[in-house]
Design a protein around this ligand. Structure first.
Ligand SMILES: Nc1ncnc2c1ncn2[C@@H]1O[C@H](COP(=O)(O)OP(=O)(O)O)[C@@H](O)[C@H]1O
Ligand SMILES: [Mg+2]
Length: 367
């Protein structure tokens, strides 16, 4: 693509080096619009331009400050040769601001483009799972000595189960789409597990579980792999904020352990890829084992159960509200997604002892 005039105008606001030769759309991210800007000068960096989805991210200044703090901290931990390739690098505007707001109200930012990397929507083997666990573990361990209170809670209540259950109850009571009466089984399933699922919050409230800096979008396509297939770094830091480690662990496992799609209609084929779980946990403990407190080790399995539960709650809420948050491809899509998460959770519960033992083995503990 040659350079569209609106993009040239946006780029002119930023303190880039060299000149842009070419613009290409990248990635399969569902949130932001992302472009690769090639430099005419090979001795200068290529850039990654993103239009930030400010419908999803309401606090763009807080979000960019969070990314700056986190990436600058990570850079102090990286070997000199990896400072540019081991985390994102923000390019500021000429006046030092971290983002540009255009006349239409769009927010834009630029990072250095990290060359010769690729990301995958789905992982296919245990080596990748191990690498994924390791790189998210490294991310958390490099941030273990940065005070989480320095970061803004850019999406309040993001993984807070009580807050999500309140939303569910409100949706049930409002019954805007007239669907609540059909969901008795699903609502009962959610209600039966309420106490167990609040355990992480309870440990946090009792100060037994420390706040940490968490990524909150530990999907596989947010990892950049090098040409040898080794994980190089974690990207997509929009949701970085204070949280509990178990949230990141649980969400990563939720997305890799399922033998079927997140919205699988035939729930009988939903099962667990325990080999990928084991590999991810192994990589995670190799990198983050040293920072985990004993209660955090205990919390990991709670996170594995909690994240599909939270997702089911969110899909059910949206279904009852008439599908206003998640994009749907057909009218029953959110219900189908909720049922698939519930089935995944049933499988996780059936295999809880095995999964717990795998975690404890890596932590050097007995169940
Ligand atoms: N700094 C970077 N250098 C190279 N590629 C990147 C960089 N940041 C992101 N990407 C690629 O672009 C894709 C989309 O970016 P991401 O920040 O994850 O957007 P979204 O929020 O839409 O998921 C990523 O999955 C990754 O493949
Ligand atoms: Mg992404």
């Amino acid at each position: 693509m040659s350079i569209p005039p609106n993009i040239a105008q946006v780029v002119a606001e930023f303190a880039i080096l060299g000149e842009i030769a070419n613009v290409q759309k990248v990635g399969s991210g569902h949130i932001n619009d992302t472009f690769h800007l090639q430099n005419t000068d090979a001795s200068q960096p290529d850039y990654l331009l993103q239009r930030i989805n400010h419908q999803v991210f309401r606090n763009v200044p807080g979000l960019m400050q969070n990314i700056l703090r986190v990436t600058e901290h990570i850079k102090t931990k990286l070997p000199a040769a990896e400072v540019e390739t081991g985390t994102l690098t923000i390019v500021k505007l000429h006046d030092g601001t971290l983002f540009h707001k255009d006349h239409d109200g769009n927010y834009w930012r630029i990072f250095h483009f990290i060359k010769d990397t690729q990301s995958f929507d789905l992982l296919t083997n245990t080596q990748q799972a191990y690498e994924g666990g390791k790189v998210f573990g490294q991310f958390q361990s490099m941030l273990a000595d940065l005070d989480p209170e320095l970061l803004a809670h850019t999406i309040p209540g993001f993984n807070d189960v009580k807050y999500r259950l309140d939303d569910l109850e409100e949706a049930f009571n409002n019954n805007l789409a007239g669907r609540a009466a059909d969901l008795k089984d699903e609502i009962r399933f959610i209600a039966e597990r309420e106490d167990v699922m609040c355990e992480i919050l309870k440990l946090g409230d009792e100060d037994k579980l420390p706040w940490r800096i968490t990524h909150n979008d530990t999907k596989f396509n947010n990892i950049l792999f090098d040409h040898k297939g080794l994980a190089q770094c974690v990207v997509d830091l929009d949701t970085v904020m204070p949280g509990y480690l178990a949230y990141d662990f649980g969400d990563a496992i939720r997305t890799i352990i399922n033998t079927a799609a997140e919205d699988e209609v035939d729930i009988s084929i939903i099962d667990l890829k325990i080999n990928l779980f084991t590999a991810y946990a192994k990589g995670y403990f190799a990198a983050a084992g040293g920072i985990l407190t004993p209660v955090e080790v205990d919390s990991l399995m709670m996170g594995v159960l909690l994240l599909p539960y939270l997702q089911a709650v969110r899909f059910l809420t949206d279904y009852m509200n008439g599908d206003i948050y998640f994009k749907i491809q057909h009218p029953e899509h959110n219900l189908q997604r909720a049922r698939a998460q519930i089935q995944l959770l049933k499988k996780l519960e059936e295999n809880q002892h095995t999964l717990q033992q795998i975690i404890f083995d890596f932590a050097g503990r007995r169940a």
